[in-house]
Design a protein around this ligand. Structure first.
Ligand code: EPU
Length: 339
């Protein structure tokens, strides 16, 4: 395992930011990772672990060690009449795992087709799309303590999953390397078509009882039509989380904006799509210098080619300030801001 110096991270982040890593190495096995942890070198440098680099905004050169996770593979570890347990190593591309499951007719993650990133990043923020979240199928993960090399198992409760949330973003931030993730999928899938866009697409395709392959195809079709392909236009998906506000504030806003989409939550709070709020502030399709908000989905901030991390962050903060001014709601970044 060799350590490279002064490497451009442009190919390793989907925003396409040309920041430089002081040190860079690839890990391809658990042993690589354990060697790295045991090596005194790593104590002198801060570390950034990247998978697909699809949820980060690099705001500066990285004056530390960037560890690219390339530990891949999918194993069926158990099955019964009803379920199958798949263990996948954390550097596996998430969409490859979805395609593996769909090909074998294992149901549960097809609605999360084409979410960018790796399997190891999925539990970090409890990825989700079209009515399904990782926590719905999650069993456990294996993690390695980056200080001691000790190996720990985290079950679902220990991860404390919430909307785009887990302990790996808060109390355990930067503490662990996620090595593998085990999911329990169904051998008798029940497609989840609750999401309006999915029902609409399937109706257009004249499909009334979809297979999970058809469902995954519908999800891919919707995502490709709404979300920019990072290979063409740099981006990191939704830049902000959808805010959850008090029912009183939601009622106030609904009196002013009766067309505002809103989703009541079990705890009397109300989720409002950040994309709608941003669009109402006039940002949809608006370009500012080398960055701007995507024309089909205002929640996605894009890099038109030469934007720097600070330029994108500056733009995001302007978007945030305008939403706060107009609606009294402070948007929280979903993307990890790396300095
Ligand atoms: N909307 C607008 N204008 C916009 C964008 C959206 O009015 O520019 C409205 C839509 O009309 C719709 C509502 O907002 O009524 C929701 O939009 P959409 O279905 O596109 O979903 P979203 O809430 O914007 C979330 C996730 C996406 C995920 C989709 C589908 C977050 C932060 N984002 O977006 O996840 O793909 O739902 O489930 O929760 C990601 O995390 O990177 C991501 C792309």
């Amino acid at each position: 395992m060799s350590v490279l110096e002064y490497l451009s991270l442009k190919p390793y982040n989907t925003f396409g930011i040309d920041a430089c890593a002081r040190y860079f190495c690839r890990v391809q096995t658990k042993e690589d990772m354990l060697h790295l942890i045991a090596d005194e070198f790593q104590y002198h440098h801060k570390q950034l672990i990247i998978g697909g680099g699809s949820n980060i905004l690099l705001c500066d050169d990285y004056d530390g060690l960037v560890i690219k996770n390339e530990i891949t593979g999918i194993e069926k570890i158990k099955e019964d009449e009803v379920f199958v347990w798949l263990k996948s190593y954390s550097g596996t591309v998430w969409h490859d795992l979805v395609m593996y499951a769909v090909q074998h007719n294992y149901g549960g993650i097809e609605n999360m087709a084409l979410i960018p990133g790796t399997v190891g990043a999925a539990p970090m923020q409890n990825i989700g799309a079209y009515g399904v979240e990782l926590k719905d199928v999650f069993v456990e993960l294996e993690a390695i303590d980056l200080q001691t090399g000790e190996q720990h198992i985290f079950d679902k409760a220990a991860c404390d999953f919430g909307y785009r949330h887990s302990v790996f973003k808060t109390t355990h931030k930067g503490q662990y390397f996620i090595y593998s993730v085990t999911l329990r999928l169904s051998k008798h899938p029940q497609p989840n078509v609750a999401y309006g866009d999915i029902r609409k697409t399937l109706a257009e395709w004249h499909i009334s009882s979809p297979s999970i392959k058809e469902l995954a195809d519908a999800v891919m079709h919707i995502r490709r039509s709404k979300l920019p392909d990072p290979a063409v236009l740099g981006n990191a998906g939704s830049f902000f989380k959808n805010p959850e506000v008090s029912d009183a504030l939601a009622a106030d806003l609904l009196a002013q904006y009766p067309d505002m989409p809103h989703y009541p939550l079990p705890d009397n709070r109300v989720k409002i799509p950040a994309g709608w709020l941003i669009e109402k502030c006039g940002w949809k399709g608006k370009r500012v210098g080398h960055t701007g908000n995507h024309a089909q989905q205002a929640l996605v901030i894009v890099n038109y080619g030469d934007a720097s991390g600070p330029e994108i962050w500056q733009h995001a903060q302007e978007v945030q300030a305008s939403v706060q001014k107009k609606f009294g709601i402070l948007l929280d970044a979903e993307v990890n801001i790396v300095r």
